[in-house]
Design a protein around this ligand. Structure first.
Ligand code: ADP
Ligand code: MG
Length: 934
């Protein structure tokens, strides 16, 4: 069956069912009918079904044409001042393959002065003097206690003799802080310090900063002398030579674009490779290409003890060191032990529904039978409840914190939570306790949330020791597992939960889901408790659960979409993703690669032979999903930056709303109110941000956030991201101001039809078409007969503002995320009008079926359309493409009085009639039987 509007060939009659059918037979009749239609669709030519009429009245069409002519006239007369540098860069990208690119950089760097003898001597002398200072010596003595230092001489020798060395050691043994210093000091002592430039990558911003600070402290220096860091939009670079730079893996990947052979480094340390992030995996594959061309570059891979042999093999059986750490014994307790200790009782009245209930029962029952007698029956009964494990019940986790406070000697508590939401919930519970027990402990706790999205200043305080009489509680994501070491932790609470992206290649659906950690994660977490003294690890899952856990996590590259990577590889002149990915340590499925390439083609980041377009070049440079990148780029050109960046920020981070247990309905109501009937989750977020700003001005933001279930932290983070987008777009010259709220960037920010269209243009081709919605008596939710553009049935997720609605002015939607649980749900959706899809979509064609003229989008949606309108719109699209191309080649804002602005006006006129006209293609009558049958 073809997707899209009403069937032109089918008419209305096909719904008449044979008389005399009763009850179940009716359902069966329609099911068979549906199957038959589906079969026809796969065997026959797809039948074109025409949707609503998008013809534009002649008067309005004339206005559009006039604007269009003015635009074209302006372009002819205009002297084309193209940004020469950009053009050259772009041509170079397309014309040069990887080998040539490498040869060019070798040529450029052949006169590079490696050594500066004067400096060498000075550094050597300085080093000797330094070691005479008491402070320096004392901190050096401290360093000497770390296990890594016992291998100092061996490591130095191995690095001298091998290009690649792998160092494996348990977390905290001193890899990250010590190995770079060892190598630097060795060079300085040997009198070759000036040639030493060490770069060490870190998986996260926070670890780059905290490690750099730690190492400067150890060297009794301030940041920016021999040690510095570099993360996106923030850096304290060290001196040019004889230095150590801690940078994020992302920053290094970006630097490869201009320095592919890493001439700016003499030693590269790739840290935390066991995490198997996409970035370190990609970097390892790139290293294999780079190393033969840079024999002088030394590479040190560093990993915790997780599948380290894989890395050794990948680098041709490279030299490997195992650093045996000293760790104090850590006692492992499981949920059954914790419940025995605390006597906590779950409130079964809350009746939290979990869809994995049967799975839980199958796991736990046999275990409970075996444990009878070993544990109190009350405890075993609690284990039977699915909500007992993990962190479903935040009060339980808080209760355990209080238990530790009251029964255990001093020492910080580190709680591992899956993500931001739960961290924030526990943080609230501990800092604004409602229970008497909580109130008793509140003032004795210092609680730190630790999450990669928190601002870096806030994060630094985590490392400070708690003052006398207070106990530090750190609530963290997986980030504190290996990459951030907090020294004074003695107690670890491991909820066993984490957030993981998953990607289903067949359905092309990516989702971020909470799931159980692996055995490797639990080992690392346990280790965090034994750093200064014997510790305890409280696991909030049973031994039965542990027995089912996977060994190690699946590498990220195998469970994510590849669009962004394909795009950034292009910037490195690695043109053929199909050839590159198979060289990785774990190669993603070719289908995942082709899904990515196809999407990039559809959004015109790649042309049809797979070459980067000028637009694609910009998207590759933006630190955001390419679809959203396109959306904010267009919003800069069309000057409606504020609302569109709100949408983009919320899509790449999260919605500002939180949902307390059992309050789902009320949150939905709040959202619906804030959506102001716009039928858009994305515009609703912007309305929310605006309302929040007003509440701040009126000094009543607390009240506003509280009564509307809004997380102030999240909103602040969204504002920071918006500002960051504005900064970047201003850097690339698409904006004249780096202020997201500047008038010049927001002239059109109140024009809802335009905003809708730009969101449509950005999220395209993620489209859905609503055939019919119906509200069944006594049911609050409307039932939607809707399908996505690949023909899958879907519905709005209950948390979408569109979910309870019916009577939409248009039946077309764009979405960013869809999720498959019991059914396929659109997590977020914005209603768009057909004209927006026609203007911003791809594969737009005109034609006729049975003498009725149409215009179609992506051979998916067909709209009745008179030939005059079709020809004007197709002409407009051509000019829009030209404008985008020119702007990509020569980034500049479009001014109000320019001829370029005429095109925007033409688009606005077209969109405005759309908004008034509404959509009339839902006149297809549907039987309630048929709906229930779906
Ligand atoms: P590894 O990389 O092997 O996990 P690190 O080099 O990160 O180990 O840490 C070595 C030691 O340095 C830790 O055990 C800890 O004692 C200390 N350390 C590291 N970072 C900090 C910090 N920010 N504050 C205080 N001590 C730190
Ligand atoms: Mg480390």
């Amino acid at each position: 069956m073809h997707r899209g509007g009403k069937s032109y060939s089918r008419g209305g009659k096909s719904h008449a069912r044979p008389p005399g059918l009763k009850g179940k037979e009716i359902g069966l009749y329609y099911r068979n009918l549906a199957r038959q239609r589906k079969n026809n669709a796969t065997t026959d030519e797809p039948k074109i079904r025409l949707g609503c009429d998008v013809s534009v009245p002649p008067g309005i069409l004339r206005r559009v044409t006039e604007y269009l002519e003015q635009f074209k006239a302006g372009r002819e007369s205009k002297e084309q001042r193209l940004d020469a540098k950009f053009k050259e860069q772009f041509r170079h990208l397309l014309s040069v393959n990887f080998e040539t690119f490498i040869d060019e950089t070798k040529e450029q760097n052949k006169d590079l002065k490696l050594r500066n003898p004067g400096l060498d001597e000075h550094l050597q002398k300085q080093q000797k003097e330094r070691m005479e200072s008491g402070d320096v010596r004392a901190r050096y003595e401290e360093r000497m206690k770390l296990p890594t230092m016992a291998y100092a001489a061996d490591i130095i020798e191995a690095v001298e003799q091998n290009q690649v060395v792998l160092i494996v050691g348990s977390t905290g043994c001193g890899k990250t802080t010590q190995v770079p210093q060892l190598l630097l000091d060795d060079c300085i002592e040997k009198g070759i310090g000036s040639s030493c430039r060490i770069v060490c990558t870190q998986p996260r911003r926070i670890s780059a900063i905290s490690v750099a600070e730690r190492v400067s402290y150890e060297r009794v220096e301030s940041l920016g002398q021999s040690v510095g860091y570099q993360i996106r939009l923030e850096s304290r670079k060290p001196r040019e030579r004889a230095s150590i730079t801690y940078c994020t893996t992302g920053v290094l990947l970006q630097q490869l674009q201009s320095d592919p052979l890493m001439h700016s480094a003499s030693v590269l340390l790739l840290d935390e490779i066991h995490e198997r992030s996409v970035e370190t995996d990609v970097l390892m594959a790139l290293l294999k290409l780079i190393l033969p061309h840079r024999p002088a570059l030394k590479v040190i891979l560093m990993s915790a003890t997780v599948r380290e042999q894989d890395f050794c093999d990948y680098f041709d059986n490279c030299r490997m060191f195992r650093i045996e750490g000293v760790m104090y014994p850590v006692k492992m307790l499981y949920l059954e032990d914790v419940l025995t200790l605390t006597g906590y009782q779950f409130d079964s009245r809350q009746n939290r529904r979990r869809h994995d209930q049967p799975e839980h029962r199958a796991m736990i029952e046999p275990y409970l039978r075996r444990q009878r007698g070993s544990y109190d029956n009350k405890v075993l009964d609690q284990l039977r409840l699915p909500e007992s494990e993990g962190c479903e019940d935040i009060d339980f986790v808080a209760d355990l914190v209080y238990y530790i406070c009251s029964s255990q000697s001093s020492g910080a508590i580190l709680v591992f939570m899956p993500g931001y939401d739960k961290i924030s919930k526990l943080h609230n519970t501990l800092t604004n306790p409602r229970s008497a027990l909580g109130q008793r402990w509140r003032d004795q706790l210092i609680v730190y949330p630790l999450h990669s999205l928190l601002p870096s200043v806030e994060q630094q305080s985590v490392f400070r020791r708690a003052p006398q009489g207070k106990r530090k509680v750190i609530i963290s994501t997986i980030i504190a597992e290996t990459s951030v070491t907090i020294d004074d932790v003695v107690y670890v609470i491991n909820t066993g939960r984490t957030k993981v992206t998953s990607y289903d290649i067949e359905t092309n659906i990516q989702a971020l889901e909470e799931c159980w950690v692996t055995l490797a994660n639990t080992q690392q977490r346990k280790g965090r408790a034994g750093r200064v003294q014997p510790g305890i690890c409280y696991n909030l899952f049973s031994r039965a659960r542990e027995a089912q856990m996977a060994e190690v996590p699946t590498p990220e590259i195998l469970r994510c979409k590849l669009e962004s990577i394909v795009l950034s590889l292009k910037l490195l002149h690695i043109d053929d993703p199909y050839a590159f990915f198979p060289t990785m340590i774990d190669a993603p499925d070719q289908k995942a690669v082709s899904n990515a390439v196809n999407l990039l083609k559809r959004i015109e980041a790649l042309d049809n032979v797979g070459q980067l377009t000028p637009l694609g070049l910009h998207l590759a440079k933006l630190p955001i999903d390419p679809q959203m990148g396109k959306m904010i780029l267009i919003s800069a050109l069309f000057r409606c930056l504020d609302p569109i960046t709100s949408a983009a920020a919320a899509l790449s981070f999260k919605s500002p709303f939180y949902t307390p247990m059992g309050q789902e309905r009320r949150v939905d109501e709040v959202k619906r109110k804030l959506s102001r009937q716009m039928r858009s989750d994305h515009l609703m977020v912007h309305n929310t941000i605006c309302a929040y700003r007003e509440s701040c001005e009126a000094h009543r933001y607390r009240d506003f956030c509280y009564s509307n279930f809004i997380s102030q932290r999240t909103i602040q983070q969204l504002e920071r991201m918006k500002q960051q987008f504005a900064d970047l777009l201003c850097n690339y010259k698409f904006l004249t101001s780096s202020d997201c709220l500047h008038d010049s960037s927001n002239i059109n920010s109140e024009k809802i039809p335009l905003l809708r269209a730009i969101i449509g243009g950005g999220l395209y081709p993620n489209m859905a078409h609503l055939c019919k919605s119906r509200q069944i008596k006594n049911r609050v939710r409307a039932i939607h007969n809707m399908s996505t553009d690949d023909g899958r049935r879907c519905n709005f997720h209950p948390s979408s503002v569109n979910s309870g609605e019916r009577g939409f002015d248009s039946n077309y939607f764009v979405y960013f995320q869809r999720q498959k649980s019991t059914a396929l749900y659109l997590l977020d959706a914005t209603m768009v009008f057909p004209m927006a899809l026609i203007i911003f979509g791809d594969g737009v064609e005109s034609g006729a079926v049975d003498k009725t003229p149409y215009i179609s989008v992506a051979q998916t949606y067909y709209f009745k359309c008179d030939p005059e309108t079709a020809s004007v719109v197709i002409d407009l699209r051509k000019n829009l493409a030209l404008l985008l191309l020119e702007k990509a080649l020569n980034p500049a804002q479009i001014t109000e009085s320019s001829d370029d602005n005429k095109l925007i006006q033409a688009i606005e006129v077209l969109l405005s009639i759309d908004e008034r006209m509404g959509d009339d293609d839902d006149d297809e009558v549907m039987d309630s039987d048929e709906i229930d049958d779906i």
